[in-house]
Design a protein around this ligand. Structure first.
Ligand SMILES: Cc1cc2nc3c(=O)[nH]c(=O)nc-3n(C[C@H](O)[C@H](O)[C@H](O)COP(=O)(O)OP(=O)(O)OC[C@H]3O[C@@H](n4cnc5c(N)ncnc54)[C@H](O)[C@@H]3O)c2cc1C
Length: 412
C-alpha cells in the first residue's frame, strides 16, 4: 500500500498540496477533508456570486492551472474535530476516523465576529468568506435597499462593490481614520478614497457599530457608537480573520497566532505540515514570523508542503506579512513589506500626484528596500517585490528604485 496523505481543508493551500502530491507520488492515497458543503472553489471569485456574474459551477477549482490532477478523494461536509498526532489519526464531527501517514493542516481562517457588537446573530448579518456566504448575500440582496459594511479592509471593499453593482446603497463604517489601514498609512490612501467616493460609497470613519437592531425580517438598522442609527437590511462584517485551529486543541502541535511551520513547512510533530492562511511562516522583508491572507501565497506554500510531504525536501521562501495586489474602483494598488512609516526610523521616498502614488521604504541606513506602496500605477511592482524579498543591497541601483526607472538589467 502507498502512503496515506490526509489534508485538512480543501482550498488554495490544501488543493495545491493535494495535486502536487498526486503528481509526485502516483501510488499514494490522497484524501482531502473539507467542512464546506461545496466542492473546492476559487475563493477570490465569490463576490461574482453576489453580483450574479458567475455561478458556483463556474468557480470550482478542478481543471485549471495547478489544480488539474484527478484521483484525489475529496470529502465535503467533513469537519475534522480532533487530531491525534502520536497515533496518526483524525476524527470528524460525524465520528468518522481517518488514519494517515502524513497530514497537512490547511484549514485557513474564518471571519472574526466582534463580541462587543450586540445582536450579530440575526438574519441579514453576514461575513463574506465562503461560497455559501456569497449565495446567502445574493439572496438577501434581492430585498436590500441599503447595506452597511463594518470594516474598511479589502474584503469589505470587494463586498461593497458587488453590492453597489446591484444598485444597493452601501455605507462603510470604519473605525480607523481611513480605509485600508492595514495596507497603507491614512494619508497614502487618498487616491483609493477618491475613487471610492466617486463610485458612490458612503464612508464613515472614526466610528464603529455598537448593536444590530432587528425586527421580524432580520436586521433593520445598525446603531453606531457615536449615537447614529442607520436603517439597513443587510450588514457585512469585515473585521479581520482568525485561524481555524480548534481541532488541534489538546495536541502538542506548536501554535503561535497560527500553526508554526518551519522553513520546510513542517510542524513541531513528525509527519505534520501546515500551509496557507492558517500557517505561521517567516517574512523575508522583516525576518519576523508572519501569517498572510493571500491566495497566491497559500498556493505556493501548499505546493511546497506537498513536495515536502512526498519526501522532496523543499524550502519555502516565506511570505511578506503585508503583501496585497488588487484593484478597487478601477484603482490598482500594491502594498508590500513595511508600509506604515509614520514616526518610524526609516528612509522614506514618496511621489504623490493626482494620478498615482508611490512610496519606497528603505531600512534606516538606506541600504535595503523593505517596503513599497503603489496606487494608480503598479508597473514594475514585481521588480520591487523581488528586491525586497531577496534582501538585496540596493546602493548600485537605488536612484532607479526611487525614480521608478528600475528594470531587470539592473540586477545583471
Ligand atoms: C471574498 C474574498 C476575496 C478574496 N480575494 C483575494 C484576492 O483577490 N487575491 C488573493 O490573493 N486573495 C484573496 N482572498 C484571500 C484568499 O482567498 C485566501 O488567502 C486563501 O483562500 C487562503 O487559502 P487557504 O487554503 O489557506 O485557506 P481557506 O481558503 O481559508 O480554506 C480553508 C478551508 O478549510 C476548511 N476548514 C476549516 N476548518 C476545518 C476543519 N476542522 N475540517 C475540515 N475543513 C476545515 C474551511 O472551511 C475552508 O474551506 C480573498 C478572500 C475572500 C474571502
Amino acid at each position: 500500500m502507498g502512503n496515506r496523505y490526509l489534508i485538512v481543508g480543501g482550498s488554495a493551500a490544501g488543493m495545491a498540496a493535494a495535486h502536487t502530491i498526486r503528481k509526485a507520488d502516483e501510488t499514494g492515497e490522497v484524501t482531502v477533508l473539507s467542512n464546506e458543503s461545496h466542492a473546492p472553489y476559487f475563493r477570490p471569485m465569490i463576490p461574482y456570486i453576489i453580483t450574479g456574474k458567475k455561478s458556483a459551477s463556474q468557480i470550482i477549482l478542478n481543471g485549471s492551472g495547478v489544480f488539474t490532477a484527478d484521483t484525489i478523494n475529496i470529502l465535503t461536509g467533513s469537519k475534522v474535530t480532533s487530531v491525534d498526532p502520536a497515533g496518526k489519526r483524525v476524527t470528524t464531527g460525524a465520528g468518522d476516523i481517518f488514519d494517515y501517514d502524513r497530514i497537512l493542516f490547511s484549514s485557513g481562517s474564518r471571519p472574526y465576529m466582534p463580541e462587543d457588537i450586540e445582536n450579530l446573530g440575526v438574519d441579514g448579518v453576514f461575513a463574506l468568506k465562503t461560497l455559501a456566504d456569497a449565495e446567502a448575500m445574493a439572496a438577501r440582496s434581492e430585498t436590500t435597499e441599503h447595506a452597511v459594511l463594518l470594516g474598511g479592509g479589502i474584503l469589505n471593499l470587494k463586498a461593497a462593490f458587488a453590492l453597489l453593482e446591484k444598485n444597493i446603497k452601501v455605507t462603510l463604517v470604519v473605525y480607523s481614520p481611513e480605509v485600508l489601514s492595514q495596507l497603507m498609512d491614512p494619508e497614502d490612501a487618498y487616491l483609493v478614497r477618491k475613487a471610492l467616493d466617486e463610485a458612490g460609497l458612503v464612508i464613515k470613519t472614526g466610528c464603529s457599530a455598537r448593536a444590530v437592531i432587528s425586527d421580524d425580517t432580520g436586521v433593520c438598522a445598525v446603531a453606531l457608537d457615536n449615537g447614529e442609527e442607520i436603517p439597513c437590511q443587510m450588514i457585512c462584517v469585515g473585521k479581520g480573520v482568525i485561524p481555524n485551529l480548534d481541532y488541534l486543541d489538546g495536541t502538542d502541535i506548536r501554535i503561535d497566532k497560527g500553526i508554526v511551520a518551519d522553513p520546510f513547512t513542517a510542524c513541531s510533530k513528525g509527519d505534520t505540515f501546515a500551509a496557507g492562511d492558517v500557517a505561521v511562516t517567516h517574512d523575508p522583508a522583516t525576518g519576523d514570523k508572519t501569517v498572510t491572507a493571500l491566495w497566491t501565497h497559500a498556493v505556493e506554500m501548499g505546493i511546497c508542503a506537498g513536495l515536502n510531504m512526498t519526501g522532496k525536501k523543499t524550502a519555502y521562501a516565506g511570505t511578506m506579512g503585508i503583501m496585497n495586489a488588487t484593484q478597487v474602483a478601477d484603482e490598482p494598488f500594491v502594498a508590500m513589506g513595511v508600509v506604515h512609516t509614520r514616526d518610524k526610523d526609516l528612509e522614506v521616498h514618496t511621489d504623490r500626484t493626482d494620478h498615482y502614488f508611490r512610496k519606497m521604504v528603505f531600512s534606516p541606513d538606506g541600504s535595503r528596500l523593505v517596503g513599497a506602496v503603489f496606487v494608480g500605477d503598479i508597473t514594475r511592482a514585481g521588480l520591487y517585490r523581488y528586491v525586497i524579498r531577496e534582501k538585496m543591497e540596493v546602493e548600485r541601483f537605488k536612484n532607479h528604485l526611487v525614480n521608478h526607472t528600475l528594470h531587470y538589467g539592473h540586477f545583471l
